[in-house]
Design a protein around this ligand. Sequence first.
Ligand code: BES
Ligand code: MN
Ligand code: ZN
Length: 484
Amino acid sequence: MKIAISASRPSDVGCLIFPVAKGSVIAPAIEAQTLAAEAAGASRFAGETGAVVELFASEGGRTVRILLVGTGEGKVADLEKAGAAVSARLLTSGLTHAAVDGTGIDAASLAHLGLGAWLRAWRIDTYRTKLAEKSKPTLETLTLVSDAAELGKSWADLEAVAQGVAFTRELVSEPGNIIYPETFVERCQHLAELGIGISVLDEADMAKLGMGALLGVAQGSIRKPRLLALHWDGSAGAQETPLVLVGKGVTFDTGGISLKPGPGMEDMKWDMGGAGAVVGTMKALALRKANAHVVGICGLVENMPDGGAMRPGDIVTSMSGQTIEVLNTDAEGRLVLCDAIWWAQQTYKPNTIVDLATLTGAMLISLGVEHGGLFSNDDGLANQLLTAGLESGDKLWRFPLADAYDKLIDSPIADMKNIGPRYGGSITAAQFIKRYVQEGVRWAHLDIAGMVWADKPGATWDKGATGYGVRLLDRLIRDHHQAG
Ligand code: BES
Ligand code: MN
Ligand code: ZN
């Protein structure tokens, strides 16, 4: 579906949509004004966020569908939800073109309604060759009708972010036989056309650098690992050191020799959701030509259990020189991140690093699917991220870090072990990564295990890949890393 913008109501639309704020009088500027008000009354509709009333009425001698959609308090989240509700209702309705009457809504709000609609309409039908006619999406265009001059600009800005989210969702949705380290990199090649610099390390490069932890994970798979770095400098050199984003990109996580149980293992195709969020963010930044200097790094591996795989008890040496006793090959994300983060620091000397990873199942136990977990060595950065979470809808909740947790990953034979005791598993995982963050670097770790995939439709997504993280990082960059 695409969003169009028009100063006047297009004549060919099959559906007119009227946003209604909570408790406001229902008076759309149509012939069937009374009918619409009656339908709202009969449906006990009072403009609640995302509530929809549908009626058919005669308009200019034609029968048109009319949707009243609640925009609640009129906050950004309300408008996006309202837009999403419109898409959910119309996407497979048989209609091809609908228009939103933006009278009385400011341009920014209307654009956010459009964003919600666009994001909710996103789906991946690549592999559905037998989709029933009635289940196929029909809605091609949603026109936002408004004479506000800034609407075009507002929408273009949000569309960049939407395209970033869509790219993340695409990568997350693809199965492990399609997206593995090499193909992940291939899918990112189009970003070069947007002005993103791309560099890739292969297995030999990483071996030379001594990335024994990342390579240890990769060694049980026939798919070769990659370290991908995407560079965007929209500051034209003004920002000397980049903000560095690092994503866990385990394209499939079987657990390795510490094999996961069969049921639900298919979910581990989205164990690259952190890397997906990083590349989606980079795409958004490039599309909206953000005045910021950002590098996005993805540690890409597949965690498989073949004859060459790491064994429990193996000791690997990370690029930092620190040794790791691998007690559980399923705690592989931290092994990938520690080398990716070390390399990022050596290469870019950043002041700030944010890593994103579907790192621990314990995250789902503690926060469910409503918040990502935030761990940070810097209160200022943590607060910026918490705020960006609230503003973007990609919410976070902060966890503690402390020496007492750090001790729990000491090993009797190496510098550390890759798992702690049963309790506090998300925290000991974060403490592990913290051991690779250099003095003076502001660092935040986002454990997004519960956020990448949705079993049911949510605010602005259908079930499946959510694209979590892109809007969060984009917001953080707008608020704190952008010059203009
Ligand atoms: N990718 C998983 C974490 C995960 C589990 C993400 C479920 C999303 C949903 C990670 O690699 C993993 O297996 N973690 C282990 C760590 C344990 C062995 C210390 C876990 O959480 O069970
Ligand atoms: Mn694992
Ligand atoms: Zn994993």
